[in-house]
Design a protein. Structure first.
Length: 169
């Protein structure tokens, strides 16, 4: 398995992976809408692929994306969805995608990545409740599931209300 940037030919496979990974089609529709939004950052849309030697091609087994978001009007990233084919879940694909997208965001000089996610999964990547950093969620009911991961260019004055790219709304 390797992780690389999404290519134009991956769009349909990403949709299929996202449909398979979640119980409804909401996340697949979200990825489609994000791709058409000005907040889309192509360099932060990554896929995990496996090579199929017999077929001579690649199979997309996972996808992650970060899009432009804001904290009190200042640039930030919103992460999600993170999708992995059910047969490949709990095999390291999601972790590889997370490490890769965080590294790519770091390399681009982004200050922080924010997400809504599982408390048992995302803290292993350095995420912690966003409230600890003074970042408020769009929905106060999200509580500690609303998490943030500061990167090297993080400035502690980056505080306030978080806003995802429009398709999240």
């Amino acid at each position: 398995m390797i992780v690389r940037r999404e290519r134009a030919g991956d769009v349909a496979a990403i949709r299929e992976v996202t449909l398979a990974a979640f119980e409804t089609d909401l996340e697949a529709k979200l990825v489609d809408a994000l791709r058409a939004d000005p907040g889309w950052i192509a360099r932060l849309s990554l896929v995990a692929v496996e090579n199929e030697v017999e077929v001579g091609g690649e199979t997309v087994v996972g996808h992650v994306v970060c899009t432009r978001a804001q904290i009190d009007g200042r640039p930030a990233l919103g992460l999600g969805p993170l999708s992995v084919l059910p047969a490949r879940q709990r095999t390291g694909v999601g972790s590889a995608l997370m490490h890769a997208v965080l590294g790519a965001a770091e390399a681009l000089g982004e200050p922080i990545v924010v997400l809504l996610g599982h408390l048992d999964y995302y803290p292993r990547f350095g995420f912690r409740p966003a409230a600890e950093l003074g970042i408020t969620p769009p929905d106060p009911n999200w509580g500690n599931h609303f998490m943030a991961r500061p990167l090297s260019d993080y400035d502690s004055s980056l505080r306030g209300e978080f806003a995802y790219a429009k398709p999240f709304m």
